[in-house]
Design a protein around this ligand. Structure first.
Ligand code: DGY
Length: 299
């Protein structure tokens, strides 16, 4: 079975794919009818160039750039990599919460610039994390992993999502109430037509002065212009790993001391990325053997 992969995905499992060609989609010069399997990292699939496609194995839990309905209509199966990246993404969420809330990056820049001149007691003072209220939007696998870590920091956890869950991990709130009550808000919903632009100017305005807004989900869930305006005004603090037009980051954010920026690192640990490749390869092998897929995505 001919596999086309848009990268040499990390880890030893990749070498178990027998007949694989590594090529970026932008480099395809014409139709490739022989390719039956495509491995992508949440990239749009050029169906016109791949008429023989039977499986798209997505190296990502999110598949918002893949036209699932069209692929399903054509009988092309799709898989993703759920579960294995929840811990890494939750860890990064806490890295951003801590960095933004305790002003770690600002402080680091001050030391590096040789500007640590005052006594320690007059230096950078931040807001306490312990005992504050964390609002989690989307209590799926990653949201739950964030809520479990929050217990260690003695945070009060609120959550909002479409359906109320039976859970000890946090107290349910309607979204508007969660935004008004939280010191930190962290986004963990997938990007769907319902969540696109969910955090618009009106909802962002509900956040408390000085609240910290963290996004490790998808940039398009937020009205980026409205968020930038709030951050430029200095009313909010931010920890942002994802952006609406990656890899472009709004220029206004680059010099702001009240926002911490990372380049879509949620799943970026060696262990997690290798585990994602393992799932991709296991799905391909199951498909080749005619067995049920391990992690199918359905419409
Ligand atoms: C995913 O898997 O959706 C992540 O965004 C990749 O880091």
């Amino acid at each position: 079975m001919k596999v086309l992969a848009t990268h040499r995905y990390p880890g030893p499992a990749f070498d178990e794919i027998g007949d694989v060609e590594v090529r970026a989609l932008a480099e395809l010069e014409g139709p490739r009818p022989e390719a039956e399997v495509l491995v992508v990292a949440n990239e749009p699939v050029p169906l016109d160039l791949l008429p023989g496609l039977r499986l798209v194995a997505n190296f990502s839990v999110g598949y918002d750039r893949i036209d699932l309905e069209e692929l399903t209509r054509r009988g092309i199966a799709v898989t993703n990599t759920p579960g294995v990246l929840s811990a890494a993404t939750a860890d990064l969420t806490f890295a951003l919460i801590l960095a933004a809330r305790r002003r770690v990056v600002e402080a680091d820049a001050l030391v590096r610039a040789g500007e640590w001149r005052s006594e320690w007691a007059n230096g950078i003072v931040a807001e306490e994390l312990t005992g504050s209220t964390l609002g989690i939007v989307g209590l799926g696998r990653i949201g739950q992993a964030v809520a479990r870590r929050a217990q260690g920091f003695e945070l009060r956890v609120l959550y909002a999502q479409r359906t109320r869950a039976e859970t000890e991990l946090g107290e349910y709130r309607e979204l508007y109430a969660l935004l008004a009550e939280s010191d930190i808000v962290s986004i963990h919903t997938p990007l769907t037509p319902e969540t696109r632009g969910l955090f618009d100017a009106r909802r962002l305005a509900l956040l408390r002065d000085g609240a910290c807004f963290v996004n490790t989900a998808r940039g398009e869930i937020v009205d980026e212009t409205a968020l930038v305006a709030e951050l430029v005004a200095g009313r909010l603090r931010g920890g942002l790993d994802v952006f609406a037009h990656e890899p472009t980051v709004p220029a206004e954010l680059l010099a702001l001391p009240n926002v911490v920026l990372t380049p879509h690192l949620g799943s970026a640990t060696r262990q997690t990325r290798e585990a994602m490749t393992r799932i991709v390869v296991d799905n391909i092998m199951a498909f080749e053997r005619g067995e049920p897929l391990l992690t199918p995505v359905t419409v």
